[in-house]
Design a binder for this molecule. Structure first.
Ligand SMILES: [Zn+2]
Ligand SMILES: [Zn+2]
Length: 157
């Protein structure tokens, strides 16, 4: 989503609760939009500091929480152990390698069909879903197959 659209959505959410889109919140949102897809609060804080040295980590944390609360961002536990956040974009799933930390984003229409079926069956309105799969990526699987002399061996998972 574009920054202007995100700002408008956040502003709308805040105004309903009679709160304001402060310039600090606006600044953090702008940094988030330009950041890597999956960032920790610390990452965002460090990036924010470069342009806005007066913004503290607590403000960054609260803003990220606010963005999650209104559905503009979401958090997940990465295979590297860190809690990371991303701004909402089209529905996708995460496949995360526990060996190298690689994160693959993928979309599968069949997953969505199943989710819709689940929602209908339970008369439930789903707002957000994502498969967070932890495992071993294709590159690590390949290197796992070879021992130090380059011979193939069985993978133990
Ligand atoms: Zn890997
Ligand atoms: Zn993602």
């Amino acid at each position: 989503m574009q920054l202007s659209k995100l700002e408008a959505a956040l502003n709308n959410y805040l105004n309903n609760g009679e709160r304001k889109l402060t310039h600090q919140r606006r600044a953090i949102l702008a940094v988030f939009v330009n950041a890597d897809a999956h960032v920790t609060v610390e990452d965002l804080y460090i990036m924010t500091q470069q342009q806005y040295p007066n913004i503290g980590i607590a403000t960054v944390y609260r803003t990220v929480k606010l963005l999650c609360e209104c559905g503009l961002a979401s958090g997940f536990k990465h295979s590297d152990g860190a809690f990371r956040y991303e701004l909402e974009k089209e529905h996708h799933n995460h496949l995360m390698c526990i060996k190298c930390g690689r994160l693959i984003e993928d979309t599968d229409a069949e997953v969505e069909v199943l989710q819709n079926k689940l929602a209908r069956k339970n008369k439930f309105k789903i707002l957000h879903t994502r498969i967070e799969a932890y495992g071993i990526c294709h590159t690590c699987l390949k290197s796992d197959h070879k021992d130090s002399r380059g011979r193939f061996r069985r993978v133990s998972i």
